[in-house]
Design a protein around this ligand. Structure first.
Ligand code: ADP
Ligand code: MG
Ligand code: MG
Length: 874
């Protein structure tokens, strides 16, 4: 018999896939002896069963729920619906991965007209009882029946306004009684039935609602954004209630065992006295920082501090903890590894290693490429900030520096984001705003704290965010925001500093970010562990410099054609291409050669003896040709031919399928003089650099080889030229001649090709294009659809395809080594900077990856992780 329902005493933290994250951790904490209200978890399997069963909870599951409910009633010595001592429970969803704000919790279930009175009498507290009841009706109506929250909230606002209350908690028991009556009326009107008095019915409807919520829209969007499978299902936790809303020695809060923004090792969080559940997160009242609790309830604070350390040591990671205080007794309602900024992730990982809690390897596994990307984000220049006009100060919810045009609704932000940088400005955000947040460069809210929806979600996305900027008054109707005597309208530009919480008028200059010591430590640990070398793709000395500053160990790809596009060259290049005879072409090539030579010289100088891989001309020629009338006219004049003649020439060069046309080594074979000019430029630069005292290790790379003879033809000529130059000038330099592997045929005949190649560099972009037969330039149109229809799991141009492309690479590696055991092997496609792809290629016997400068650190980390994971799996 399948076990569908687990008591908290039966589970543990490793049962996440069955009990969900929340349930597994509630069970783990229960067995650690931490004060957690008792309860039980209905498994994710039950949720999946519900969907397989035509959305019905089958009798066996209901039976097991009832059995556990009885146990809970016995433990609590209360009964669900009992008129002597009613048991109240919370019904909490909990998926395998925490999905913040995706599925709402129902609190105080078990209240009805009768049990509320019993509860009031028992505690001699009508205010508390009716406050709990009105919350329950509203949550139940919202979560189970889909009645919009605001319909209830207007009642609260009206009463508060009539009576001149500033906060919900100012309402008296009479007010609350009235609220409950009105809420029930709203419920009847919206739902069509009375609010259910039958508590068992309440419970089963709530459980079912959690199952259903797994497939609501916002959950689906969240899963899609985070690459979470739709098949995992959610668990349901039923837990005895504890009350933070019973008076002034009660409260509820959220805290982190360390600062989630900076990583500082200090309890960080917020709480509200006399409040329940989501009050803190929802930003209804502005919460107090947890440090104030030390003064208000010192004993409770001490215990909280203690428990957070116990949990942190137990989980070996920073914890995000929800707690409730009922009459000065502390209960822990949730713990999980806390979400954090990249800055704090690195800080915490390094601290935990230094405190002896985790190993360097564990620390590295906790940092990912997103974190590194975020750390490389720019910040505002200090000087520019001093001169900028500050508009407001809110909470520094998520670091970063962004400038953009303000929009007040998610929808408008999404729309505007197609043409410009956008900043979403709202009173607060909710899960409905997710897409707007995704499309925005930054998020600013006027309400809510560090754990508000906006703050939590923005941190997760690595998006700059300022919360609770209270001096902003947003008027959604006129699409304006007033801050002091300044009024901004939709589309106006502001700059947001998520690291200080300040918002500025207009655009503020940014500067590159600097590395913290902890970040450097992480990278140095990665360097100790990794086996793959990391090279940089650099087309000019500037890129090379940045790459070397990040610690690149060589240049894995220098694309020579990019040099051709520069202003002073393109006209020469065009004339060269449009030449009718070899002689004519040589005239222009002779002019191009010294220019290219100078570029190479600068790169050799920058490389200081590190290997430099130069790829000879690769793209189809017509990419260089003019397409606009004006340029055509100018060039025709310069070439002394008619416009018509030129147009015919251009037409004759254009191809139907240029990606598979006259490009790469095919150009080299048909116009050897082009490749030989480039080889000459390389040798001249190398000779000059060597004479100037720089060591040169250059690799001449011939692209797009598919046939052994192609490579042999070109290699023989280039080698002859280089050797001749070395002889003639008497200046030897180190060179290798090799090829790019980017055509499936080259992989399959790699043993033959290796006869003529001292190195292979896998051009995984083209190799992916040719293996799938997908045009790199058009594929995004259908890849997205393929992903949605689960035909492709991921975009193969981003994450290297393991079953196809990687297999071809393995064949090539093995065959190449048969011919030439010491052949140098690497990859230089976009995949060289993608964490997942590096982990795939890290185990097939290649020596290096090469990527764009800003990805060098990502590649280093991924390379280290490859080794760590390999050792774990051994
Ligand atoms: P979420 O996943 O959105 O955080 P939770 O299930 O954690 O949802 O619950 C939302 C709020 O309700 C939290 O503040 C939590 O502390 C509170 N809560 C949940 N269960 C109980 C309970 N049994 N007693 C008191 N408060 C509870
Ligand atoms: Mg919630
Ligand atoms: Mg929670």
């Amino acid at each position: 018999m399948t076990k569908y329902v687990y008591n908290f005493k039966e589970g543990n933290k490793d049962m996440k896939s069955l009990l969900g994250g929340k349930g597994a951790n509630l069970a783990e904490m229960s067995s650690l002896g931490i004060s957690v209200p008792p309860g039980f978890t209905i498994t994710t399997e039950s949720c999946n069963d519900y969907y397989e069963n035509n959305m019905r909870i089958k009798p066996e599951i209901i039976k097991q729920i009832n059995e556990q409910l009885e146990i809970l009633e016995k433990t609590m010595n209360k009964g669900l619906g009992s008129l002597e001592d009613p048991l109240l429970v919370s019904v909490r969803s909990g998926a395998v991965f925490s999905m913040p704000g995706m599925m709402d919790t129902i609190l105080n279930l078990g209240l009805n007209d009768e049990t509320t009175i019993v509860l009031a009498k028992k505690n001699n507290d009508y205010k508390f009882a009716y406050d709990s009841y009105r919350r329950f009706i509203q949550m139940f109506a919202d979560v189970v029946m889909g009645v919009e929250k605001y319909k209830f909230e207007t009642v609260l606002s009206r009463i508060k306004e009539q009576k001149n209350y500033s906060q919900d908690s100012d309402m008296t028991s009479e007010d609350l009684f009235e609220v409950v009556e009105e809420f029930k009326k709203i419920y009847r009107k919206e739902v069509g039935n009375d609010f259910p008095n039958n508590v068992k019915e309440q419970l089963m409807l709530a459980v079912e609602a959690v199952f259903k919520s797994w497939n609501n829209n916002r959950a689906k969007v969240y899963r899609r954004l985070n690459g979470i499978s739709d098949k995992l299902g959610t668990a349901v936790n039923i837990q005895a209630m504890v009350f933070g809303n019973m008076g002034d020695n009660c409260g509820t809060g959220v805290c982190f065992s360390r600062n989630p923004s900076t990583g500082e090792n200090k309890l960080f969080g917020e709480y509200l006295i006399n409040a329940q559940g989501e009050d803190v997160v929802a930003g209804i009242r502005t919460p107090k920082p947890v440090s104030v609790l030390e003064e208000e309830l010192p004993e409770v604070y001490k215990e909280l501090l203690n428990i957070t350390k116990v949990l942190e040591n137990h989980y070996k990671d920073m914890q995000d903890i929800e707690f409730t205080i009922e009459n000065e007794k502390l209960y822990i309602l949730q713990t999980r590894n806390g979400k954090r900024t990249a800055l704090s992730a690195v800080e915490i990982a390094v601290s935990l290693v230094e405190e002896g809690i985790i190993t360097k390897e564990e620390a590295l596994l906790r940092i990912n490429s997103d974190d590194i990307n975020k750390l490389l984000h720019p910040t505002f220049e200090t000087k520019a900030l001093k001169e900028a006009k500050q508009l407001t100060q809110g909470l520094a919810a998520s670091p970063g520096a962004s400038t953009g045009a303000i929009y007040f609704t998610a929808e408008e932000a999404v729309q505007a984001s197609s043409t410009k940088d956008v900043i979403l400005v709202r009173e607060e955000t909710s899960p409905e705003d997710i897409e707007g947040m995704v499309s925005s460069k930054a998020i600013v809210t006027s309400r809510g704290g560090m754990t508000s929806h906006a703050a939590v979600v923005a941190r997760g996305m690595g998006k700059c965010c300022v919360c609770g900027a209270q001096s902003m008054f947003i008027d959604y109707a006129t699409k304006t925001v007033r801050i002091g005597d300044i009024t901004l309208k939709e589309g106006d530009i502001i700059s947001v500093d998520g690291s200080s919480g300040k918002v500025y008028l207009g655009e503020v200059a940014k500067s590159d970010s600097s590395f913290t010591d902890s970040f450097k430590k992480i990278i140095s640990w990665a360097d100790e562990i990794r086996e793959l070398k990391v090279f940089v793709n650099a087309d000019n000395e500037k890129d090379a410099k940045v790459g070397f500053e990040f610690g690149a160990e060589g240049i894995g790809l220098c694309r020579t054609e990019h040099m051709f596009f520069e202003e002073d060259r393109i006209s020469l290049v065009r004339k060269m291409i449009l030449s009718s005879t070899e002689e004519e072409r040589k005239v222009f090539l002779d002019k191009l050669q010294p220019i290219q030579s100078e570029d190479f010289y600068k790169i050799f100088k920058e490389a200081q003896g590190k290997s430099v891989n130069i790829r000879l001309l690769d793209p189809p020629l017509h990419e260089f040709l003019p397409h606009d009338e004006k340029t055509v006219n100018i060039i025709a004049k310069e070439l002394e031919i008619s416009v018509e003649q030129l147009e015919n020439k251009i037409k004759s060069i254009s191809e139907f399928n240029p990606m598979m046309g006259h490009r790469g080594c095919r150009l080299g074979v048909t116009y050897p003089e082009i490749y030989l000019m480039q080889a000459k430029a390389i040798s001249q630069a190398a000779i000059l650099a060597t004479k100037d005292g720089y060591e040169v290790n250059v690799e001449v790379m011939i692209p797009l080889v598919g046939i052994e003879a192609e490579l042999k033809y070109l290699k023989d000529r280039i080698e002859f030229l280089l050797e001749k130059d070395i002889q003639q000038y008497g200046v030897p330099f180190n060179y290798k001649i090799g090829t790019m592997i980017e055509i499936p045929r080259a992989c399959l005949t790699a043993d033959k090709i290796a006869n003529h190649a001292e190195f292979f560099s896998f051009g995984t972009n083209d190799l992916t294009q040719m293996t799938f037969g997908y045009s790199r330039d058009d594929a995004e149109k259908f890849i997205d659809i393929y992903k949605k229809k689960n035909i492709l799991e991921q975009d193969p141009f981003i994450n290297l395809d393991e079953s196809g492309v990687l297999e071809l690479m393995k064949i090539a590696v093995n065959k190449a080594k048969q011919t030439r055991h010491n052949i140098k092997l690497g990859i230089c496609g976009e995949h060289g900077g993608d964490e997942k792809s590096i982990e795939s290629v890290g185990n097939i016997g290649i020596h290096y990856v090469s990527c764009s400068p800003y990805r060098v650190l990502i590649a280093k980390l991924a390379a280290a992780k490859t080794v760590i994971k390999r050792n774990i799996n051994k």
